[in-house]
Ligand binder design. Structure first.
Ligand code: NAD
Length: 447
């Protein structure tokens, strides 16, 4: 099948690349010409495990193309995926300018039937706006269908998630659309493609659930899923607050809760709060969507409040050890909002750093992939080549992202490098007793 991807960011690039990997012919377009230049030169504008090899392989195979001209992507394609950004506005609403813009453009350049699929995360009922826009601006006599196909991939394991999803959700208005999308995803739902990541993977797990709903339900599934996951994180962070006040250990408590299959283990790790391009904005958006429907979703407002509070709590913990921050140096390990990505959008580490600097601290920082992006947002930080450089002469070490390489550090060496061995473990990576034995002043989260 011939597919166009409009918006070649984290979601669009992974989606386009994976569709080409399972045999479709894909043309990706982005309005950011620098991104297309980078992709055409054989490089990637983002870091995501496995992606570089797959892009190269499918370009070489003549199944994956990049273009600056939207028409060149849309014209030859039957299915068009909208993967543009949907950033938050000041008031928490979603900025749908890019979605509207590409809808008009699709209408303008189409001369044959197109199925237009929203993959960007959008408020419920955006589908009808996309449909109205295309019909209004499109040529008479050309047929269009609109569908919703929310994306659930996680940055850091995006390729794996796309090829091995828990479920595929499509929101459609007719049988034709359902059939096209079923065919498109057939190698994934039937697990018949040759997995480029693992051999012999998951073939015994049966077909991937393919859920067909109305467009509005599909749109809601995405916002409700992310809001639920955010709720789980804020819940365990609130429980961590109770652990700190009672001497209980959040690690034991999470383990004890998570073994209940009705609850599940994931998203029960207490820490410095959630960030990234999805949870904070999708939660905010869902609160606004609910308000507009006349429902005050107070539960989600509290989830948001608990998450904001994490930042101040971390700053307070640093101050509890260092007292005055002026002229103190803090070595920060981890800037990305989660490991295995270079994405720093709404990363809690950045917010914490800003607050620490505001109180007069100097920051040395290290992240395996996110320093280049962070440099633009926080030029005052001293970026270091490795974790050891980051803690040199520091009065405190603060771990903000749980990269695997931070789990294997040489703490004898770190202690020797630091001015004062004060360790704030924002992701509960280390064993408290070991750290105390090594001579660190250790503060974790919820224990
Ligand atoms: P992104 O910022 O990485 O990518 C969006 C891309 O769209 C950018 O490259 C931008 O230049 C491009 N774009 C904007 N306007 C355009 C236009 N008019 N024409 C062509 N291209 C245009 O964002 P992302 O993380 O890929 O997210 C995209 C959407 O997917 C959002 O709605 C997001 O909520 C959703 N989503 C993201 C994730 C994730 O983990 N990042 C997961 C699931 C869903």
């Amino acid at each position: 099948m011939k597919i166009a991807i409009l918006g070649t960011g984290y979601v669009g690039l992974v989606t386009g690349t994976c569709f080409s990997e399972i045999g479709h012919t894909v043309t990706c377009h982005d309005s950011d010409e620098t991104k297309i230049d980078i992709l055409q030169s054989g490089d990637l504008p983002i870091y995501e495990p496995h992606l570089h090899d797959l892009v190269r392989k499918n370009r070489d195979a003549g199944r994956l193309f990049f273009t600056k001209i939207l028409e060149d992507a849309v014209e030859p394609s039957e299915v068009i995926f909208i993967c543009v950004g949907t950033p938050p506005l000041e008031d928490g609403d979603v900025d749908l300018t890019s979605v509207e813009m590409v809808s008009r453009e699709i209408a303008r350049v189409s001369h044959s039937y197109k199925l237009v699929v929203e993959k960007s995360t959008v408020p419920v009922q955006t589908g009808s706006w996309v449909e109205k826009t295309i019909k209004l601006y499109g040529p008479k006599g050309i047929e269009f269908d609109v569908a919703s196909n929310p994306e659930f991939l996680r940055e850091g394991s995006a390729v794996e998630d796309f090829l091995h999803p828990d479920r595929i959700v499509i929101g459609v208005q007719n049988h034709r659309t359902e059939e096209i999308l079923r065919e498109l995803y057939a190698p994934i739902t039937g697990r018949t493609f040759n997995c480029p990541i693992h051999q012999d993977c998951r073939r015994d797990e049966g077909a991937v659930p393919f859920i067909v709903t109305s467009i509005s339900s599909a749109e809601l599934i995405k916002h409700a899923s992310n809001s639920f996951l955010a709720t789980k994180i804020s819940f365990i962070n609130a429980v961590a607050n109770i652990c700190e006040r009672t001497g209980a250990n959040i690690k034991d408590v999470s383990y004890g809760i998570g073994l209940d299959r009705r609850i599940g283990k994931s998203f029960l790790e207490a820490g410095i709060g959630f960030g990234g391009f999805c949870f904070p904005k999708d939660l905010q958006a869902f609160i606004r969507i609910s308000e507009k429907c006349g429902y005050d979703f107070r539960l989600l407002k509290e989830v948001e409040r608990v998450n904001h509070e994490r930042i101040s709590q971390v700053v307070e913990k640093v101050k509890s050890g260092l007292w005055i921050l002026r002229e103190k140096t803090i070595g920060v390990l981890g800037l990305a909002f989660k490991p295995n990505t270079d994405d720093i959008r709404f990363a809690p580490a950045l917010e914490i750093i800003k607050r620490l600097m505001k109180e007069g601290a100097s920051i040395r920082a290290y992240d395996p992939k996110a320093m280049e992006r962070a440099r633009t947002e926080l030029p005052e930080v001293l970026y270091c080549q490795d974790p050891y450089e980051a803690v040199r002469n520091a009065d405190a070490m603060l771990v903000c992202t749980e990269w695997n390489e931070f789990k294997e550090l040489n703490f004898e060496r770190i202690k020797g490098l630091m001015r004062r061995p004060f360790l704030l473990d924002g992701r509960n990576l280390y064993d408290r007793d070991t750290m105390l034995r090594l001579g660190f002043e250790y503060i974790g989260i919820g224990r």
